[in-house]
Design a protein around this ligand. Structure first.
Ligand code: FES
Ligand code: FES
Length: 167
């Protein structure tokens, strides 16, 4: 069984109990994805699987045989940061930085969700694609908690990204 992470194939562990988060952090030397609560409450472990966000602490690695995972280590292009990474820095969207990888991966997925017109629980009209405003972004980022309180800068960074890069 094989999993692809950031374009590189890895063998899945024989032990079916290993979470995707522990596989990456403890066995594959990919510590960019963070372990906060380890119980699905904080969003620190958010990664993309085939473009959709999941919580890696709640995922068994074995479930992802044949799937493609993207982590924070897979976003930058060499020395060039992904635009969301650069905008988080520019807008002071981080303090200690522990929640930041999960926040950024969630924001990448959020952008994809707007692009395909997916509604959220605050979208007023389900027949009209959601407007990427602050209320929508706050709702869609509500699964990612920041104990430092850097949320306002993150929202600014994401709004800026959506206005500049999404269509
Ligand atoms: S570490 Fe996965 S949600 Fe907190
Ligand atoms: S920047 Fe410290 S937890 Fe979010």
């Amino acid at each position: 069984m094989t999993i692809t992470i950031n374009g590189q194939p890895y063998d899945l562990p024989a032990d079916m109990r290993v979470s995707l988060l522990d596989l990456m952090r403890e066995r594959l030397d990919l510590p960019g994805t963070k372990k906060g609560c380890n119980q699905g409450a904080c969003g620190a472990c958010t990664v993309l699987v085939d473009g959709e966000r999941i919580l890696a602490c709640l995922a068994l690695a074995a479930q992802y045989d044949g799937r493609s995972v993207t982590t924070i280590e897979g976003l930058a292009d060499g020395e060039d940061l992904h635009p969301l990474q650069a905008l988080f820095v520019q807008h002071d969207g981080l303090q200690c930085g522990y929640c930041t990888p999960g926040q950024i991966m969630s924001a990448v997925a959020l952008s994809n969700e707007f692009s395909r017109g997916a509604p959220s629980s605050v979208t007023p009209d389900l027949d009209v694609p959601a407007t990427p405003n602050r209320e929508e972004v706050r709702e869609r980022m509500s699964g990612n908690l920041c104990r430092c309180g850097a949320h306002n800068g993150m929202i600014d960074a994401i709004i800026s990204y959506l206005s500049e890069y999404s269509r």
